[in-house]
Design a protein around this ligand. Structure first.
Ligand SMILES: *[C@@H]1O[C@H](CO)[C@@H](O)[C@H](O)[C@H]1NC(C)=O
Ligand SMILES: *[C@@H]1O[C@H](CO)[C@@H](O)[C@H](O)[C@H]1NC(C)=O
Length: 181
């Protein structure tokens, strides 16, 4: 359980480094209960265009990364299969070494993981390298999801910051892996 949750989390972390993650089939996501699970104030307009289970959080704050769209295929993601992520955005400022991302993963309402990752190490998983230059950003990446991920519903929140603690982005996602494949 621990190991697979960790690799799941790092898969999600690289999404976060610039983008998205997974979700429940055709059902609208209940963003309010998702935000409540993390004690985040519900907000009206937090959706990111595209076909993905990812939403913005902390939207009242200034973010250095503007995310224009996130698409994942398949949506929802499937354990043991490849997940392709396409994301487009715009970075307002250079991101240097020392940037970090705080990731929290909940399994239902149980906290599985709360950890800080080095953002520059994580972006190497999506074939990028620090310093990240300001300007348009486009990510097109396929990752293989481990088949050992325990079935269930995962809620993820990731907040990324520069070395000077300026917020880069805040992303929320809810992913459900059904018991039967
Ligand atoms: C995922 O994609 C890689 C590279 O295209 C491929 O080698 C691998 O077999 C794929 N895995 C699955 C489970 O489809
Ligand atoms: C991403 O890569 C796939 C496979 O190479 C390609 O079919 C798709 O058009 C690409 N998407 C973007 C947005 O570049």
């Amino acid at each position: 359980m621990k190991l697979s949750s960790l690799s799941f989390a790092s898969a999600l972390t690289c999404l976060v480094a610039a983008v998205p993650a997974p979700v429940p089939e055709a059902q609208p996501i209940d963003f309010n209960s998702l935000q409540n699970a993390f004690g985040i104030q519900p907000l009206a307009n937090h959706d990111i265009p595209g076909d993905s289970p990812v939403a913005l959080c902390d939207v009242e704050d200034n973010h250095l990364l503007r995310i224009d769209s996130v698409d994942i295929f398949p949506n929802p993601p499937v354990r043991g299969e490849n997940l392709t992520i396409n994301a487009v955005g715009f970075l307002a400022k250079e991101i240097k070494e020392g940037a970090y991302v705080d990731v929290e993963v909940k399994f239902g309402y149980i906290r599985l993981l709360r950890q800080q990752f080095d953002l520059c190490e994580q972006v190497e998983n999506i074939d990028m390298k620090c310093p990240l230059e300001p300007g348009p950003l486009s990510i097109n990446k396929t990752v293989e999801l481990p088949s050992q991920i325990p079935p269930g519903k995962y809620n993820v929140v990731a907040r990324a910051y520069t070395v000077d603690d300026d917020q880069i982005t805040c992303l929320l996602a809810s992913v459900e892996f059904p018991t039967i494949l």
